[in-house]
Ligand binder design. Structure first.
Ligand code: HEC
Ligand code: HEC
Ligand code: HEC
Ligand code: HEC
Length: 334
């Protein structure tokens, strides 16, 4: 183990110790962790009460990254600095320290986080009082940050973290006369986000939970073929491949509509460019379809968080934009 990993382990150990103290449990008399030896590979022993394995798992996750750009900004620090979240601070100038941290242990174990998890209820940008079990904690940060509005002049984009809005089928751009479908079993899964993501503190998905809930009776993973040809390309790929196909189809339709131009998220808004790369104004219809594209992409699960909803927003956006029936098969909600 090199010097850097050692200092990480020690820093982490200190962090856990301070958590234990903050939690009010009387710490047992414990020798401090041994100093790093100079040449021998040390045996790492886990001192009683210090959950180093959890710290190592967390270090593997994106939560361990300090993101100075968003964390250092007013309006952003709340979700991008674990200590700020714990204390409900939304302005870096109000922090009682001169540095920023990542989504550290405090985000979920100190202050407001455990209260939200215990209450199990969260308000999202486009829907209130979502009963989310402990996943309410995750949804407090992992949401689109704004409700969709086709007439929004600023052409706001959903934030990179639209998981809650997709899971609850609340984040789609409203089209007149169209109701999006939703996959209720994923939407109402016990403890929502945690039901699928909590096996370890790296928060990777554990596919065992798909059977544990007695919903999927066979082994299921990302390679399992989809139920139908949702993108209409004549082949049934994995569910995520079908969603990638639909994303590509909708993007092509948008590029056509922009006469060879493009769209991208910049500074929280969707910007539209013409074929020469110059910014252009678009009508509400084009904005709405692009919004749904960005929403489905920002969610990061390629549709798995709410299969029926994501298939439906992508197919409907295509039809809405082009005036043609989309070629894919519809998602059948059982
Ligand atoms: C409601 C909570 C919340 C607020 C407020 C928020 N963010 Fe985020 N942001 C997130 C979450 C959660 C992610 C991680 C999304 C993911 O990985 O799927 C994220 C991701 C990002 C990313 C991508 C990070 C990467 O790994 O590339 C950027 C950039 C970002 N946010 C910028 C901002 C800025 C700038 C602001 C303020 C204007 C802001 N955020 C405010 C929750 C928030
Ligand atoms: C993003 C939120 C989040 C972060 C960050 C986080 N935890 Fe947790 N942790 C949880 C949740 C949720 C549970 C409850 C898990 C369950 O219900 O099984 C938990 C459970 C625990 C437990 C009890 C579980 C057990 O196996 O006994 C310990 C100890 C713990 N966390 C320590 C830490 C430490 C140390 C850190 C920082 C390195 C940390 N956590 C960071 C969300 C988080
Ligand atoms: C205080 C805000 C906050 C809370 C609470 C929070 N997250 Fe995050 N989460 C983030 C941010 C910010 C990122 C992006 C980090 C990056 O891009 O480097 C992120 C990233 C992730 C990732 C991607 C991890 C990776 O390795 O790339 C997953 C999965 C995730 N979070 C799940 C959860 C779950 C599950 C919970 C609830 C237990 C939760 N988060 C609670 C802010 C939060
Ligand atoms: C029904 C199970 C399930 C539920 C519930 C669930 N997820 Fe996921 N999540 C997945 C799967 C499967 C993926 C795709 C993983 C992949 O492609 O490797 C994923 C992907 C992600 C990603 C992007 C992948 C990454 O690691 O960067 C994030 C972030 C995430 N989920 C956060 C959440 C949050 C926050 C919630 C609650 C709002 C949630 N998830 C609810 C199963 C679930």
């Amino acid at each position: 183990m090199n010097r850097r990993s050692w200092s990480l382990v020690i820093m982490s150990a200190l962090l856990v110790l301070s958590l234990t103290l903050a939690g009010g449990c009387a710490p047992e008399e414990e020798p401090p962790p041994p100093p790093p030896p100079v040449d021998d590979e040390p045996e790492v022993e886990e001192p009683d009460g210090l959950r180093l394995a959890i710290v190592e798992e967390w270090l593997e996750s994106g939560h361990a990254n300090v993101l100075p750009f968003p964390a250092g900004r007013e309006g952003c620090v709340l979700c991008h600095d674990g200590g700020a979240f714990a204390q409900e601070i939304d302005d870096p100038a109000a922090l009682d320290r001169e540095f920023l941290v990542s989504i550290d242990c405090r985000a979920c174990h100190v202050g407001v986080g455990p209260e939200i998890a215990a209450a199990g209820v969260v308000d999202l940008p486009a829907t209130d009082n979502v009963q989310a079990g402990s996943g309410a904690l995750c949804m407090s940060c992992h949401n689109a940050r704004r409700a969709p509005d086709p007439a929004d002049d600023g052409r706001a984009a959903p934030h990179y973290s639209a998981q809650a809005d997709v899971l609850t089928a609340s984040g789609g751009m409203p089209f007149e006369g169209i109701e999006y479908a939703s996959s209720e079993p994923h939407e109402t899964f016990i403890d929502t986000c945690l039901g699928c993501h909590i096996e370890t503190h790296a928060f990777h998905v554990s596919y065992g939970s798909c059977q544990a809930a007695e919903c999927h009776t066979t082994d299921i993973d990302l390679d399992t073929p989809a139920e139908a040809d949702y993108d209409g390309d004549g082949e049934v790929g994995s569910f995520q491949q079908e969603v990638e196909g639909l994303l590509a189809m909708l993007e092509d339709a948008l590029v056509d509509e922009l006469d060879g131009g493009s769209f991208a998220v910049e500074a929280g808004a969707i910007s539209f460019l013409d074929a020469a790369g110059d910014p252009i104004e678009v009508d509400d219809r084009v904005y709405a379809a692009a919004y749904n594209h960005v929403l489905a992409a920002a969610d990061g699960s390629l549709g798995i968080h709410n299969p029926a909803f994501v298939i439906s927003i992508l197919q409907e956006s295509f039809s809405w934009l082009t005036g043609e029936e989309h070629p894919g098969e519809p998602y059948v909600v059982e």
